[in-house]
Design a protein around this ligand. Structure first.
Ligand code: CA
Length: 360
């Protein structure tokens, strides 16, 4: 609080006429907010390009005619990469752009709003989030932390990753050193993989030097950017671990409540636009990058059925454990997989059938 305002308030209090702060910010007020990110400045998709954090801020500025200005900070510029949750909770910044699965240490149920292994694709996730109660559950999970959240981007299906050696059976996974974060890492660890968690920038040198034997990152465009194809030639494609990965816009709830309704609508609509636009960007860039990788001699193929079967069984065990420990996780899990069961049956006779029919 400024000295002048402090003096004013103290005089007002002495005079017995304490002025109440306005309940909401007036429609004419210009607001300056800060948004941090878990990704470094310049990262394609997350920080730069259509549907990224900077694009989101630009859309909000333009739609609000400059009434809501959001200053965007890459990881490490204002706070370290994974401190967004605490910074928004404390109100140090109003917004953070990341993925909710980084916060499973705070609340396990956050996993479901980014991606769960053997989960849903982009269409299914959108169905659940926007129209199947997913966003409401997300906000219920964040309520105790004073946060609200919404989807604001999606990578589409990710790739299993890069392997120096061919994977033929589950036994080939035993003792293999692999970079893969999160719940999928836990599943692989249970199957004997020696799981390593490395930030994006450290993956290539580790894979090239043989510190690790395999690595998961994102998909063809992002993986090629790191040069992973130069360190391992087998590219397993099955997106069992991240069937579509949602970017999260997290907002301090008290700051959100003070936003005029029209600015709230602008934020929600800009985030929804970025959700679709970023995924479109991924489709174009991944399809081009995959063609290029194949031309460079990369062997791209799905995981063997036996391996997928083992990964699925282990995923079910890991999720069952999480559900047994926490009632809120169970509530989110049941909603997610209840939706997925119906979505899978519908997708089989609609999009899947369509793809098979029209594929060139
Ligand atoms: Ca990934």
């Amino acid at each position: 609080m400024s000295l002048i305002r402090r003096q004013f308030l103290s005089r007002a209090a002495v005079g017995g006429s304490v002025l109440a702060a306005p309940a909401i910010v007036s429609a004419q007020t210009k607001l300056n907010w800060k948004m941090t990110s878990a990704y470094p400045k310049g990262s394609p998709f997350y920080m730069d390009g259509p549907g990224s954090a900077t694009d989101l801020a630009k859309r909000i500025r333009e739609m609000s005619d400059g009434r809501l200005i959001i200053q965007v900070f890459g990881a490490g510029e204002l706070i370290p990469a994974f401190e967004g949750f605490d910074a928004v909770r404390a109100g140090t910044v109003e917004m953070n752009h990341a993925n909710s699965y980084f916060w499973t240490g705070k609340t396990f149920a956050a996993q479901y709003f980014t991606a769960v292994p053997f989960g849903m694709n982009f269409q299914g996730m959108n169905g659940w989030l926007y129209d199947g109660g997913g966003i409401d559950l997300w906000n219920e999970v964040y309520e105790p932390f004073g946060l609200v959240a919404m989807p604001c981007g999606n990578t589409g299906v990710q790739m299993t990753g890069w392997f120096k050696k061919e994977i033929k059976t589950v036994a080939d996974l035993k003792g293999m050193k692999m970079r893969i974060p999160g719940l999928a890492g836990k599943v692989l660890a249970n199957l004997g993989v020696d799981v390593k968690v490395l930030p994006g920038g450290e993956i290539f040198p580790a894979l090239e030097r043989g510190v690790i034997d395999a690595a998961e990152f994102v998909g063809p465009f992002q993986d090629r950017r790191l040069g992973l194809h130069k360190a391992a030639k087998y590219y397993y494609t099955t997106g069992w671990h991240e069937s579509s990965t949602v970017s999260e816009l997290m907002i301090n709830k008290a700051a959100w409540a003070k936003l005029p309704k029209d600015l709230q609508a602008i934020v929600q609509n800009a985030a929804a636009a970025c959700n679709v636009i970023s995924e479109g960007w991924c489709q174009r860039n991944n399809s081009e990058a995959m063609e290029d990788l194949k031309k460079q001699g990369v062997i791209a193929r799905p995981l063997p059925d036996e391996v997928i079967k083992a990964l699925r069984a282990e995923t079910q065990k890991v999720l069952a454990d999480a559900v047994a420990k926490d009632a809120l996780t169970k509530k989110v899990h049941d909603s997610y997989f209840g939706f997925k069961a119906k979505f899978d049956r519908w997708a089989e006779v609609s999009e899947e059938a369509f793809h098979v029919t029209v594929r060139g």
